[in-house]
Design a protein around this ligand. Structure first.
Ligand SMILES: [Zn+2]
Length: 599
């Protein structure tokens, strides 16, 4: 019997507070897989244990005939089985978006104490884990934990006082938490705070995915555009005009991209999406606000700082959308020159284009993760990764998207790490430099993209990659290890396939090589607690011949880098310890339970 490709499931596009308004009741198509009650599938297991009440709620059986025929249970706050369906559907959709953009399945093959598990370990989701206003990703449990609580009288909004609020019924919270788990799977060490940017990046990325995923819900977007579109007229194209004028007249008073974008209907839409994430004032106010490069210096709390990165990405998205819509507005121009109702066909086109641009940006941001260094991520690294990842897939940027992104990041004060200028060619990562100028080729790797790879072959690949790293340590920014290849660990390596706009398929390998040392982080490098200090390189290889396209590294041997991390440690240690826990000596990781409390 042929299996269907997708399974339709009903969800809230936002959360229950909006009722049926704004296209809130919607159906998403998630990849089909046979499911046991839970739902429990290959990469997700929903376990509905309520710790506070010490009980299990009856698990939903989405393969039940009746439920299948209805396209899943209808949205209901009172039925725990709908909560289970909702977390499954949104998490599944988020995983699918990552898998599509990265060009490989998400296997959750997480390393535990240096070993790779042979089988994928499903991400566990607890929709009623705790009775508090919180939701978080727990890397040790490899689980998402969602809380529920009674709305307080002071902050009820659309909710009745005393009514229960379930974080497991908020699209954005589920997408946000799932993204934390995915980023952690792709770049394990981004959870170690090594600068003010690391944890802020984790938060920003999770918000970026949640927001863009929202923009891919065409019905919700259409309804918003219809409601607010009456005010749309040519002025809404200002962001791009502002951009162009800056380029023409450098030195002129900079007209701020986002200030003008504020009249763009998508900005208010994004702000409303931000609102769905509870009390996230920083995010709401950053979206569409005039950029101030000095802000980045002032904000250190991960969400506040992350909001600046989210805003930079969305400035670019709004500008690209305006550019894509320019001709449509010119054509419709005369007709929609004042208040009045927006033409239905125009609104539809706008929503289609907004959705398309959102998908493009979402893919671009996720794909950039593969081009990030393995440790110590900064916003500037992410900018360079974005530009390189996009260039790698779409060398001709005839619409100038990359220019727009660079400009928007610059205006938010994001400085590219170790790049000579903000030009695209300076921002792109480079192939490794060799003494003879010839490229480096890694031979002997064995990946079976279609049938998967056995543990023996995986071990052989890991050995080849460690030796390759040791042999060319200099070119990859690695410290030449005293103990040979054993000093370099091939932490992850994946075959990926990406489809370019020309429809051409490209096969690549993405590899993380890691190194670490125990160093003292006490004052002047003496005494005090010892910490694991890491460096390493991400390599992107052409699959056909094993040649290295890019090496993106953080030097273990760099004294400047070590001093910077020490400085960060000295300055922020006390503050950090309020937010983070120290699970074991010498290692600090994010504790999302604490970071998310109150957000
Ligand atoms: Zn978060």
């Amino acid at each position: 019997l042929a299996q269907p490709l997708t399974r339709p499931l009903k969800v809230f596009a936002f959360d229950p507070s909006l009722g049926r308004r704004h296209g809130n009741h919607m159906t998403v198509a998630v990849p089909y897989e046979p499911l046991r009650p839970g739902p429990r599938g290959r990469s997700i297991e929903v376990i509905d244990y309520d710790a506070t009440n010490d009980c299990y709620y009856k698990p939903v059986d989405l393969d039940d005939h009746e439920i299948l025929l209805q396209g899943g249970l209808s949205p209901s706050e009172a039925d725990p089985r709908f909560h289970q369906q909702m977390v499954y559907a949104v998490a599944s959709r988020t995983i699918q978006n990552f898998s599509f953009a990265l060009g490989r399945p998400i296997e959750w093959t997480r390393r535990r104490r240096g070993r790779t598990r042979a089988r994928p370990r499903p991400l566990r989701i607890f929709p009623h884990a705790l009775q508090e206003a919180n939701a978080y990703y727990d890397p040790d449990l490899h689980a998402l934990l969602f809380g529920y609580f009674a709305a307080t009288a002071a902050d009820v909004g659309h909710n009745l006082p005393g009514q229960r609020i379930y974080s497991s019924l908020s699209h954005d919270i589920i997408a946000h938490e799932t993204s934390h788990a995915l980023v952690h799977d792709i770049r394990t060490f981004f959870m170690e705070p090594t600068s003010p940017d690391t944890l802020a990046f984790h938060e920003a990325f999770a918000d970026i995915v949640a927001l863009f995923q929202h923009f891919t819900f065409q019905e919700a977007v259409l309804e918003h555009i219809m409601r607010t579109g009456g005010a749309l007229h040519r002025d809404e194209l200002a962001p791009l005009a502002g951009y162009a004028s800056r380029r023409e007249a450098a030195g002129a008073r900079p007209s701020t991209l986002a200030e003008e974008a504020q009249r763009n209907v998508l900005v208010s839409l994004a702000q409303q999406f931000g609102e769905a994430m509870g009390l996230r004032a920083a995010l709401r106010s950053a979206l569409g606000s005039p950029p101030d490069p000095a802000e980045l210096e002032k904000r250190t709390e991960p969400h506040d700082r992350g909001a600046i990165l989210v805003a930079a990405v969305f400035d670019a998205f709004f500008s690209v959308y305006a550019q894509r819509m320019a001709d449509l507005f010119r054509i419709a121009g005369a007709g929609s020159g004042g208040g009045g109702q927006l033409d239905v066909d125009l609104a539809k086109r706008l929503s289609v284009e907004a959705t398309k641009s959102a998908r493009h940006f979402l893919n671009m941001c996720i794909r950039a993760l593969d081009y990030c260094p393995p440790v110590d991520i900064s916003f500037g690294d992410f900018l360079r990764a974005l530009i390189t990842a996009d260039y790698d897939l779409v060398p001709d940027d005839d619409r100038g998207y990359r220019d727009i992104i660079i400009e928007c990041f610059r205006r938010r004060g994001v400085r590219p790490t170790e790049a000579a200028s903000y030009s695209e060619s300076a921002l792109r990562w480079q192939p490794p430099e060799t003494r003879n100028g010839r490229g480096l080729v890694c031979r002997g790797l064995d990946f079976d993209v279609i049938w998967g790879t056995t543990p023996d072959v995986l071990r052989a690949n890991a050995r080849i990659l460690s030796e390759f790293g040791a042999r060319h340590a200099g070119a990859f920014g690695l410290k030449r290890p005293a103990n040979g290849a054993r000093g370099i660990q091939a932490w992850t390596f994946h075959p990926v396939h990406r489809v370019g706009p020309d429809g051409q398929l490209r096969f690549q390998f993405v590899v993380e090589l890691l190194q670490q040392e125990e160093v003292s982080f006490g004052p002047r490098g003496n005494g005090g607690p010892r910490h694991t200090y890491r460096g390493g390189a991400t390599l992107i290889l052409n699959a056909e011949d094993g040649s290295v396209r890019y090496a993106v590294f953080k030097r273990l041997a760099s004294r400047r880098r070590l001093e910077r991390q020490r400085g960060f440690w000295d300055q922020w240690r006390a503050t950090l310890l309020e937010t983070y826990r120290e699970p074991e000596m010498g290692r600090i990781t994010a504790d999302f339970a604490r970071i998310h409390r109150g957000y």
